[in-house]
Design a protein around this ligand. Structure first.
Ligand code: ZN
Length: 258
């Protein structure tokens, strides 16, 4: 078995759904291949996280009663047929459909929760970076209020080109930028001064349309975020929450205008 074949089977293997022969081959491959073994390991970790972190909801008695009533109504509306084969077929397809619906629902729930988790993790990582940069006096790697200096500096170090605006006339003066590594990826950080506050703005290509908590507090810092047409925007500062979220929404609104 090669890596390409292993790749397609590793998820099923992690779920114990591979037949005996392939089970043996993939097991052997994982022993000898660090790359595939790592992806298998991360799959197990993901599954463990879903088990421990995804909220488990028990249906209320009222909901259970409603579902039973709905199923009962569907059953009653299906007239019994004399031929047992078609009856069996109907139950079979019904079961398959119900299974599909349940799988799709579980998949949607899982995806939403994971996207939510990822966006929360990103907020925490951004605050850590802000704190670290402040403590190390390393907020700015390219000091300039000129977006025509900051933008190319960042673009040269990233695989995307972050929109950069100076909003000094609105009270938010661009003072520079730096490159951060958040969640193992380089991210553009724009640094603004608002009155006596420093605002770090993390800009990265849009990663998801997951529902984001627009405003929250992490370790005493306010975190505001917004989705622009092409970028995810996240601002960290000790500036007032209303100011911060107004500012980040302002930036996100115009992220393709340059
Ligand atoms: Zn491999």
């Amino acid at each position: 078995m090669n890596c390409k074949q292993a790749e397609t089977l590793v998820a099923a293997y992690a779920d114990g759904e591979v037949d005996a022969l392939r089970n043996y081959s993939i097991k052997k491959h994982l022993l000898g291949c660090a790359g595939c073994a790592a992806s298998y390991q991360s799959m197990l970790e993901l599954r463990a996280r879903i088990r421990t972190e995804v909220p488990y909801f028990v249906a209320s008695p009222a909901l259970q009663a409603r579902v039973r009533a709905a199923v009962g109504a569907v059953r009653a509306s299906v007239r019994p047929q004399s031929r047992p084969t078609s009856d069996r077929w109907r139950w079979l397809t019904g079961g398959v459909l119900a299974g599909c619906t349940a799988s799709v629902f579980a998949w949607m729930l899982g995806t939403t929760v994971l996207a939510w988790r990822a966006s929360e993790d990103f907020a925490v990582a951004a605050v850590s970076s802000h704190v670290r940069a402040t403590l190390n006096d390393h907020l700015i790697e390219v000091a300039s209020s000129d977006r025509h200096t900051v933008k190319p500096w960042l673009s040269a170090r990233l695989d995307y080109s972050p929109p950069v605006q100076d909003l000094a006339n609105e009270g938010f003066a661009l003072i520079g930028g730096r490159l951060d590594y958040l969640e193992r990826r380089p991210v553009a950080t724009l640094v603004y001064r608002y009155r006596q506050h420093t605002i770090d703005v993390f800009v990265r290509p849009e990663t998801s349309r997951a529902p984001l908590s627009a405003l929250r507090t992490v370790r005493g810092f306010n975190v505001a975020r917004a989705n622009g047409p092409s970028m995810d925007w996240l601002a960290v500062s000790d500036a007032e929450p209303a100011v911060l979220s107004g500012f980040v929404q302002r930036l996100a609104r115009e992220d393709i205008s340059q």
